[in-house]
Design a protein around this ligand. Sequence first.
Ligand SMILES: Cc1cc2nc3c(=O)[nH]c(=O)nc-3n(C[C@H](O)[C@H](O)[C@H](O)COP(=O)(O)O)c2cc1C
Length: 395
Amino acid sequence: MDKLIHHWGNGLTRRHAFKGLAGFLAGSTLLHGQQDVFRDHSRSPGLAELTSSFDFEPIAYAKLPRGVFNYTAYGSGGEFTLRRNRAAFDWVQLVPRGLAGVTAIDTSTEVCGTKMAFPIMVAPTAAHVALFPEGEAATHVGCTNASDTPMIISANASLPVDKIAESASGPLWYQLYPRQQPEANRPLLETAQQAGCQAIVVTVDQQAAYYERRLHDRHLLNSATRARRATRGAGSPYRIAGFRSWYDWKLFHDLRPMIQVPMLAKGVLTAEDARLCVEHGVEGIVVSNHGGRALDHSPSSLEVLPEIVDAVAGRIPVIVDSGFRRGSDVLKALALGASAVCFGRAPRYGLASFGADGVQKVLEILQGELVLAMAQTGRPNLASIDSSLVRTDFA
Ligand SMILES: Cc1cc2nc3c(=O)[nH]c(=O)nc-3n(C[C@H](O)[C@H](O)[C@H](O)COP(=O)(O)O)c2cc1C
């Protein structure tokens, strides 16, 4: 019996219980000493801590379902053009001038009749509600709060144009994916113009319907459905969506009578097409490869910008997008002849991270970076920016 009592008091069972309790406490964050001293690395930073547009991307990644994040992030095919869009900025150096009297920097401009405090706009991108519940309405609020940044509403917006328009007061443009039957465009264009859109941007690039990264993420059902849809009907024997392969220059003549505001073409990548735009009554060009989502292995927008600016010879404004993430990127494009720059993914990541406040913050970071870059290169206003500001070494 003595032996038994001794066992009960000092035996394995009790020792095991104590060991288990000690182990639990050791692994528990209830004990201050056990808290992860590096825990700050695993929390999402707050809005005030973010200093560049790149900072928003990982927050959007953390907040969004994988498929929604990738819908924003990926490019077409092997993503050569997506990568080249960023790489091209490394091939342009900024050459500073000193003693230029840059105590006041004026970034204001006017493009296609729209006044802008900065030569920065938000590109048309689809389906903002997937990123943030208030969708494009929140984007518009963010744009308006960031010195009335013009926002181009996508033809594939998730909210009706008039709902977006009534959410804030900043300038709006509208992007059209043209319909083959000319009259089918009329209601879309009327709605947009009645809602106050100050320009119509006609997207003409052939956006690929196939993103390999979707397949890598095992969104197999989705990609199979899209591939089927893209190749079905409308006489499209390849993977370009059939509803876009009919585009020709007659398009602009059909649309012109329905548009009372400036009409722009988005997706131009050659000097020849830029010249044809002018000949066919287009009043502004957006040099764009759709952020690397159209033809993979097409050149970056920045590389083709100078030849397009030359071809247009000041007759119409040349806007540019694809790959822009910094204010200094904007300055490089202005030096190469652009009138303004559109941002697609950067404000999307802002919206996904913090809603309207995130959009506003992304834009204000870009605006601040542009002012800084102008001051550092000795250019007090947009008129003082010319090609002597850059040295290009496009690979
Ligand atoms: C998720 C996503 C959706 C887009 N949707 C459209 C669209 O509906 N219409 C359009 O003309 N361009 C669309 N674009 C292209 C953008 O207008 C713009 O050309 C591109 O995003 C610029 O590149 P960046 O994202 O590197 O700034 C989309 C781009 C992204 C990333």
